[in-house]
Design a protein around this ligand. Sequence first.
Ligand code: ADP
Ligand code: MG
Length: 269
Amino acid sequence: MSDAAKLPLMLTELRMPTIGRLWQSIGATSDKEGWGAARFLAALCEHEIAERSQRRISRHLAASGLQPGKTLETFDFAAVPSVRKAHIQALATGATWIEAGSNILIFGPSGTGKTHCASAIGAGLIDNGYRVMFTRTTDLVQKLQAARRDLMLPATLAKLDKFDCLILDDLGYVRKDQAETSVLFELIAERYERKSMMITCNQPFSEWDKVFPDPAVTVAAIDRLVHHSNIIEINTDSYRRRVAAENAAARKSKPDQPATTKPRTKASA
Ligand code: ADP
Ligand code: MG
């Protein structure tokens, strides 16, 4: 068997599909340009590494639970003056805060873009090679409670360590009930100063006694979350309501136009 015939088999065995696909065309360039062996091999390896990293990012994004399309590119910063684009872009790189196990807390009334903002930062983190899990807080709390019933809580919390950042959406929707909030507190305490969390919440800290029934636990949870954290406050009108009002106004002025629930783009805003 010739070397050329053996190569696809060997590259499959070595799990190098990109080199398998590209070696002939890159080889032709190499022959034409008179590259040495080192340059040829380096070019192949670079492609394999780049595609492998891209595949890993796609896998992590698919497994993250993040909703597609809620990214920095689709977030209209002009609509939220209290949120600085450069700040969010910096957070989305993960630089320093993820390694330090710090948190991001996003507050604001319903419909103001908390979930979108958290998701956009999460997607940026994945692009930068971090692992992220997005979940509604109530869903995760249910899972943790089930784990506790099965005496599996420590193991389940340990499994969550593979995520550099857990996004807990709508912390304020957790029922004010001892069992629910105690697993939530255990999660917060377990990750404290080790692994990051990003939390969205409708209520400011002053109303967290509505989330945690025990005042001592409320103070302890806030303390741990805030100790190393970036706090983002969104204090605009509901984006949903604003888009609906703008659409209604547009329909009034152009009665033939069909209704749309799509937010207007920056260009049209
Ligand atoms: P919240 O989590 O605060 O209730 P969401 O993030 O779910 O709000 O936002 C409601 C809807 O409005 C979503 O479809 C979201 O994508 C959109 N939205 C909110 N704020 C913005 C924004 N600044 N730019 C683009 N879309 C936004
Ligand atoms: Mg939300």
